[in-house]
Every structure is written in structure tokens, then in C-alpha cells.
Design a protein around this ligand. Structure first.
Ligand SMILES: [Zn+2]
Length: 75
């Protein structure tokens, strides 16, 4: 996955709408790309601020994957 594809899929990712395969590719990309990790954080903050996406709608597994990816970068 490259950054363009990541950005293209980010809404579906946050919405838990991706297949497990694509979701894995997203988290793999996050683990190795600081730019997209930052982008995702900003995107989520923006979406949350707009109230268009409820946090509970994120699947638990997705949230765990995200947290894991973020921890890897920020430990
Ligand atoms: Zn990237």
C-alpha cells in the first residue's frame, strides 16, 4: 500500500468498512509511515469534531490495531 491508497481508504478504515485484508494493509502501512500516522490522527480529530463518526462504531479489532500501531511509533 502507498500513501495515496491509504488516504483513499481512510474513511472506510475508520468506519470499519474494510475487509480484514485491507484493514491489515492499512495497519501495516501505519506501522511504517509517520506521515500517514499523523494524517490519520488529524483526520480522526477532525471527524470527531464534526460529529460525523461515532467512536463506538469502530470495531474493537480496528481500534486495537490502531492503538498497537500508534504505540509502536510513540514508545
Ligand atoms: Zn503513508
Amino acid at each position: 500500500m502507498n500513501c495515496d491508497e491509504f488516504v483513499e481508504l481512510v474513511t472506510a478504515f475508520l468506519d470499519g468498512a474494510l475487509s480484514e485484508h485491507d484493514e491489515r494493509r492499512m495497519t501495516d502501512h501505519l506501522a511504517e509511515c509517520d506521515g500517514c500516522t499523523t494524517y490519520l490522527g488529524q483526520f480522526r480529530s477532525t471527524v470527531d469534531a464534526l460529529g460525523r463518526l461515532d467512536e463506538p462504531r469502530l470495531a474493537g479489532t480496528t481500534r486495537e490495531s490502531l492503538l498497537a500501531a500508534f504505540r509502536e511509533k510513540h514508545v
